[in-house]
Every structure is written in C-alpha cells, then in structure tokens.
Design a protein around this ligand. Structure first.
Ligand SMILES: NC(=O)c1ccc[n+]([C@@H]2O[C@H](COP(=O)([O-])OP(=O)(O)OC[C@H]3O[C@@H](n4cnc5c(N)ncnc54)[C@H](O)[C@@H]3O)[C@@H](O)[C@H]2O)c1
Ligand SMILES: [Zn+2]
Length: 537
C-alpha cells in the first residue's frame, strides 16, 4: 500500500467524486475520477462506451485507467462503482489506501434521481434505481468491504465531514499518532465513533481515549475473570496516556447482569466521587459491555464510555450498536437504554484466553453476518476451516463492518437491522425454554439458523445446497445444528414471546441465498412447526 494514494470505493451516489475533490483540496493533491478519465481517453461519454462496446470493454478501459492511477502519487481516486468487479481492478485499487464510502441503496437512489444529468450511470438504466442499487450492493458490497481498510458511513454526513473522516483515517494509517485507522466508523444521529480492530490494540487504549477527547479518570469496569487476565494491560495502556485508571469489578456471568449488580457499580463509582468529566472503559464480554455501558450512560445522567470487548460475541455483536441493558426477572435485557460509546477497541489477541466453546459461540454471529449479507465472508470462513482462523483481525473487522454499517443506517430496531435477527427467533426460544442454562447464545442461534434455513427451503426461497452449505459451515465451527429432546410445542410457543412478533405474527428472517436475507411474516404455522420438529428430533 502506497501512502500517498487514496482510493474511494462505493456505489454510485455515495459521493466519491465530491469527497475526492474535497480531500485533494485539503491535502493539496490531485483528484481523479476514473469515469471522467475513461470518457476523456475514449473521446465519448461512459454511457456511449457501454452502449457501443459493452460492459466488458468498458471494464478493460477502466482497468487501464486504474493501473495508471496506481502509479500516481498524491492522488485521490474516485473509482467507478463496478471497478472492484475485476481482479485487475482490485489489484490496482489495492495499491493505495482504500476507503469505502457506504450508503444505503435508497440514499444512493434518491441522490442519483435528484441529480440525473450530472453523470452517466449506464448500469442504472432500466429498472427501478433502488432495486438495481440493492442488487449492486449485494454483489459489490462484499468486494468493497474486502478491499477497504476502513468503512465510513456516508448516508447522513455532509461531504466535508466524510472527507475529514477519510483524511483522519488515512493519517492514522500512514504513521499518524495512533497505530492505524479504524476498521469502521459508526455514525448515528447522536454520535460518530471509530471501531478499531487490530492485534495489540489493547496497548493503544490510552491513546485512543485521548484521541476521543476523553478526560479525567478512566474507570475500568470489568468482570472478575477478565480482571485477572486483561485488566492489567488495559490499566497500563491508560496510565501510559496519563489517565488514572481505577478498576471496578463485577462477578462474571449472565446471572449477574441485573439491577443488583448495576447498583453495586453505581455504589463504587459514586464512592470514588466520579465526575461528569471522567469516563468508563467497559472491558469484557457482552455482559460487561451491556451492564457497564448502561451504568456509564445513566450514572450522573451519563458519563462517556469506551467499549473494549473481550469475547468474539462482544466484538462482532454486543459492543457495536449502542444497545445497553440488564436483565429483569421477567425477561432478558428488559431494562436498558440506547447510548453510543466514544470508541470501540478490539484486540483479537485477547481471545487467546477465551474458552473454546465461547469462541465457537461467537463464530455463530460472525457466520450469521456473512449468511445474511456477504457471501464472500462466507467463502473466506469456509476457507478458514475452523474457529482459530476465524479470529483473525481481518475476518473480525469485516464482520464488525457489517454490523457497524447496519447500525449506522438506523440506530433503532427496523428494516435492515431486523436482518441481524436471523436465527434468533428460534434461538431465543431455545434459550428461554432451557432457562438459558443448556446452550450459549451463539449455539442457540446456530440451531435457530438451521430452523430458519429449513423454513427458507420449504418456502421455496433457498435451494437445498444452500441449506447444506450453512450446515457444513456451522459444523466446521464446532456449533450444534439441533437441540434434540426439546419439546417442539414449547419452543414454538416461546417464539411468540419473541420481540420480533408484530400483530400476532412472527416475523421470520429467512435466507434467499447464501449472502441474502429478507423478512417474512407469512410463514405458515405448519411450516414453522415442521422446522422446529426437525431441529428438536
Ligand atoms: N447489546 C447488544 O447489542 C448485544 C448483542 C448480543 C449479545 N448481547 C449480550 O451479551 C451477553 C453475552 O455476551 P458474551 O457471550 O460475551 O458473555 P459474557 O460476557 O458472559 O462472557 C462469557 C464468559 O467469558 C469470560 N471472558 C470474557 N472475555 C474473556 C477472555 N478474553 N478470556 C477468558 N474469559 C473471558 C467472561 O468472564 C464470561 O465468563 C448477553 O447478556 C447478551 O444479552 C448484547
Ligand atoms: Zn445474537
């Protein structure tokens, strides 16, 4: 990767050209738009190249232009939406620092429709632009994600803000003050924050907190297991950045994720005379990030906090998205708030001490991200052959980028966020009927994904080989495919208690293929029953 070359990738309508110009202005570099360059070389607009020569010839021209730019210095390149489709295109783009400007297809469509004459977008001709863009995102999104060192949501932000973020990431990547760029940026209506994923990131914790403008004392809230293993390193990193870092410990385990523990955390914070100018570092699995984040978000009406997840489940799921909660005797996660951390710091090396069964369970969510949105991630997981390889920074980062993008699109429960519930309708039901004792969450989700995939097949959405492929993948990651011995009736009843029920109908997330999911509320009862019978037999 050359440090004085930035490539922007993403759908048409994500603002690449505008952002490239703004970055070039700021850095005193040259901005290049590959579509413009192709048109200039060909002496005709891109639209005509497509019409007269076809897409394959266009791509050949595009590769030549990309290869030229990959020799350039001090340039920011706005690439065409389809540029990463060819291996040569990807190789050329990979010669620089790559950032994905991520927008939802509906945003891209409305921008393109509002600005129809501005550019030629041949691939958008014919058909409803939003549908076309959705299809494009499905095939291209995984390529963008794979190429990019950093994913930045560009839906809600002004181009100047996006340009600033790209520059910040690039500076971090090229020997700036920290150890590198964030893997993803989360942007919600209330907050924008980096998610850092790399080996030894724990050692950067103090610097990351400084960069996030945090001040005062860093209250490290953790559980008693993680305290013995990793709190020392976290405290050292914070102290190196001149933070005083008192440690607050809670007992490990879901049974302690309750109001009583929360109160003990408040007690300790208040006894230490915590101030609004202090902050919390939530160091641990999902139990800790949920509970400690909630404590921080509510103590003194809210102090800032940073999440440092130490389980795979925490890294790819619980620590991203701003959902915080504790359990109530009447149900899990019943008491909580939405509040976003200032940063999320993920160090895959801490997984070395995580029990194997917990690693496997975390893999279920990582695999889920691939199954619902990213076939390429599924392929790479298949090639990884097992959990050890799946805990690489690269695969975690790509899974994180998926969750980060979805929560950036909409902070609260709706549309695309619902897809993250794939496998969870039956998964939650299995957890409930076994009183959360028999299966880890990820294991229950794996079984739930098998039930959902079976329904998908019977509804004629998914082909049988897709079902088999999912099963093989889950199995390769040490996950169960069934919960033999459970009462199907009880599991079915429990699905009705799930949050995804609306108007008495269960909203199932089903697979249409590996890498594509959709919500269906028209699953016949008999079909759901058969699927649940199959996984409980
Ligand atoms: N907020 C969200 O969006 C969200 C999403 C998914 C799950 N969750 C919540 O996350 C919780 C489950 O999280 P979890 O699976 O991480 O469980 P957990 O936090 O209980 O951690 C599992 C066990 O591993 C130990 N541990 C953690 N890190 C370790 C390490 N590096 N080495 C050795 N041991 C380690 C913990 O002490 C614990 O005993 C549930 O309460 C669930 O509701 C929240
Ligand atoms: Zn889950």
């Amino acid at each position: 990767m050359d440090s004085d070359r930035i490539f922007l990738v993403g759908l048409s309508g994500s603002g690449k050209s505008t952002v490239a110009r703004l970055i070039a202005d700021e850095l005193g570099w040259e901005a290049v738009d590959t579509d413009d360059l192709i048109a200039a070389v060909a002496g005709k607009p891109v639209e005509r190249i497509f019409a007269e020569e076809g897409e394959a010839d266009f791509r050949r021209r595009e590769v030549r232009v990309l290869e030229k730019t990959s020799q350039g210095h001090q340039i920011v390149v706005a690439t065409g939406g389809g540029a990463p489709l060819t291996a040569d295109g990807r190789a050329a783009i990979g010669s620089g620092f790559v950032v994905w400007l991520q927008v939802a297809p509906e945003t891209a469509a409305s921008r393109l429709l509002a600005n129809p004459g501005s550019e030629t977008r041949p691939l958008l001709q014919g058909g409803d632009p939003r549908t076309r863009l959705e299809a494009m995102l499905e095939t291209r999104g995984p390529l963008y994600r794979q190429l990019a060192s950093c994913t930045i949501p560009a839906d809600r932000a002004a181009p100047a803000e996006v340009a600033d973020e790209v520059i910040r990431c690039w500076r971090a990547a090229t020997g700036g003050t920290s150890g590198g760029p964030p893997a993803a940026v989360v942007r919600t209506p209330t907050a924008t924050y980096p998610v850092i994923v790399r080996e030894s990131a724990l050692a950067e914790l103090g610097d990351v907190c400084r960069q996030a403008d945090l001040t005062g004392r860093a209250f490290v809230i953790t559980d008693d297991r993680v305290a013995d293993l990793w709190a020392g390193q976290a405290v050292r990193a914070l102290e190196q950045a001149q933070f005083s870092a008192p440690v607050v410990t809670i007992p490990s385990g879901e049974e302690h994720k309750n109001l009583a523990t929360l109160e003990r955390v408040y007690d300790q914070l208040l006894e230490a005379r915590v101030e609004r100018s202090d902050f919390a570092v939530c160091l641990g699995g999902g139990v800790v990030t949920d509970l400690a984040g909630f404590a921080a978000a509510t103590c003194l009406r809210g102090i800032p906090f940073v999440h440092v997840p130490t389980t795979l489940l925490g890294m790819v799921d619980a620590a991203i998205g701003g959902k915080l909660a504790v359990d109530h005797p009447r149900g899990k996660n019943m008491i909580g708030v939405f509040a976003q951390p200032r940063a999320v710091v993920i160090d895959p090396l801490v997984l070395a001490t995580l029990p194997e069964r917990q690693v496997h369970a975390g893999c279920a969510e990582l695999i889920k991200h691939g199954l619902i949105l990213d076939e390429r991630l599924v392929e790479d997981l298949e090639a990884a052959r097992g959990p050890a390889a799946a805990t690489s920074a690269d695969l975690i980062a790509r899974s994180v980028a998926i969750k980060a993008a979805i929560v950036s699109e909409d902070e609260r429960e709706s549309a695309r966020r619902t897809l993250l519930n794939y496998g969870h309708t039956v998964g939650h039901a299995i957890e409930a009927v076994t009183s959360y004792r028999t299966y880890l969450h990820g294991e229950a989700v794996a079984i739930g994904m098998q039930a959902a995939a079976r329904i998908s097949v019977e509804m004629g959405l998914l082909e049988e080989p897709g079902f088999e492929r999912q099963a093989a993948l889950l199995q390769a990651f040490g996950l169960p495919l069934a919960a033999p011995g459970l009462e199907p009736e009880a599991v079915l009843n429990a699905t009705l208690g799930d949050k995804k029920v609306r108007d008495g109908k269960v909203r199932w997330v089903l697979l249409e293929k590996i890498g594509r999911a959709a919500v269906h509320d028209d699953v016949p009862d008999a079909l759901a029953r058969r699927a649940v019978e199959a996984i409980t037999a």
